[in-house]
Design a protein around this ligand. Structure first.
Ligand SMILES: *Cc1c(COP(=O)(O)O)cnc(C)c1O
Length: 415
């Protein structure tokens, strides 16, 4: 038997799985079929509210929509956060349907000229990833007769410790090396473009509270140093995010109260050059990851070589991350459960495998389960971020998963 990660608090302790107060089977009936992603917008609202309580009062909270761009989820989240961070022309178009351009920033390498033009025409901020991109944005702005709004994404000279995906402190396709930033800021300002500040993102999926605190303090200090060298105060400093969520056995959540307190101190003691700057953090996974559950139905139960296999109608084509093939080195089990039997004791060890004809398609490896029968619903938790939109949907020709947002209008934050 191998351990699974912790079931998120909102669902742990249930007898039969309900999401947003509605039974999992009823949700499947409402959506029409399995496999199904359900996103509880009420849980997202709770996360945002908890962050606002923990973080310094004036700090902006941005949502990085690549974590989950589902239209209904995005519409709901847009009213809760202060900004949306996008990373493609497609995401920009989605974001513009739910948020004013002044609250949208566009990061990511390889922005094409037509994507730059779309952002400049709309009035969104470009988080420039290189000097070459700045030059192209200025040329596009010239052609359109619009001064582009440009922030410089900084490749910091440090990285977020304990981060699942490091994005700083070394040669990187992301951002401008810190040493080259002041000169680039001067170039932007000299051309009459609207310089919007710095975007400094040092890593993702960190559960190390001390490392996040240290990185945020270093980020504020780096912004001050670069601003002084550039001779200009940044209107906005986007401090990045990188807060992880507990996926695996032994993982514990980050302590947002401690992070908020330390960030409050770092900002209170910031250098004079940053006195009038606004600050924001951008989060994807932490805001939406725990709010999503992937529901898939048992099609077959078979024994082979002394092991039991529970075969479901979903798999890695919808939820690649749970199979261990998205950004992890060692495969470990996400939390999962038999939806209608969460209160029953485990009586067997079985592997939950998907319907794809590849040995990679394993949602649970030798996990402890109660009795399981064909027709049961399996719930794979932590499916709200980097699930449906980050999986190889076309692989093997099965239909895409359905997606349903619950708690969209009811009583945000009342639970
Ligand atoms: C992916 C990404 C995020 C979101 O990261 P999470 O780990 O989901 O919070 C934020 N900012 C940038 C620049 C990103 O590329």
């Amino acid at each position: 038997m191998k351990p699974t990660g912790p079931i998120p608090p909102a669902f742990a302790g249930q007898q039969r799985l309900a999401i947003g107060g509605e039974d999992a089977e009823a949700l499947v009936a409402r959506a029409g079929d399995t496999p199904l992603f359900v996103y509880d917008l009420g849980l997202v609202a709770d996360r945002v509210a908890a962050l606002r309580r923990a973080l310094p009062a004036k700090l902006g909270i941005h949502y990085a929509i690549k974590a989950n761009p589902h239209a209904d989820l995005l519409a709901g989240i847009a009213s809760l956060v202060d900004g949306l961070d996008v990373a493609s022309g497609g995401e920009l178009a989605r974001a513009l349907t739910v948020k004013p351009a002044a609250q949208i920033s566009f990061a990511g390498p390889g922005k094409r000229d037509d994507e730059l033009a779309a952002a400049i025409e709309a009035g969104a901020t470009l988080n420039a990833e290189s000097a070459g991109e700045v030059a192209r944005a200025l040329a596009v702005g010239e052609r359109l007769g619009i001064a582009p709004r440009i922030a410089v994404r900084v490749n910091p000279d440090f990285e977020l410790r304990g981060s699942g995906m490091r994005m700083g402190g070394r040669a990187s396709p992301f951002g401008v090396d810190a040493g080259q930033v002041p000169a680039l800021v001067r170039t932007i300002r000299d051309t009459g473009a609207a310089w919007r500040g710095f975007h400094i993102f040092a890593g993702s999926q960190s559960l190390d509270t001390a490392a996040i605190i240290e990185t945020q303090a270093a980020t504020v200090a780096l912004a001050a140093r670069l601003a002084e060298e550039a001779g200009a105060a940044p209107p906005l400093v986007n401090l990045g995010g990188g807060f992880g969520i507990p996926y695996f056995a032994g993982d514990a959540p980050v302590a947002i109260a401690a992070i908020g307190e330390a960030l409050g101190e770092a900002l209170a003691n910031r250098a004079a050059v940053l006195a009038d700057s606004r600050f924001a953090i951008e989060l994807g996974r932490w805001l939406v990851g725990e709010a999503g559950v992937y529901l898939t139905r048992v099609v077959d139960v078979k024994d082979s070589g002394g092991e039991r296999f529970v075969v479901v109608d979903g798999g890695l084509h919808h939820q690649l991350a749970a199979s261990g093939n998205f950004g992890t080195v060692v495969r470990r089990n996400y939390p999962l459960a038999i939806a209608a039997r969460m209160g029953e004791p485990a009586t067997q060890t079985a592997s939950v495998v998907g319907c794809l004809c590849t040995p990679l398609d394993r949602l649970g490896d030798k996990v402890a389960l109660p009795q399981v029968a064909v027709g049961d619903l399996v719930a794979v938790f932590l499916a709200g971020a980097y699930g449906a939109s980050a999986s190889p949907t076309s692989f093997l020709g099965h239909p895409p998963a359905r997606e349903l947002v619950v708690n969209g209008t009811a009583s945000h934050g009342s639970r």
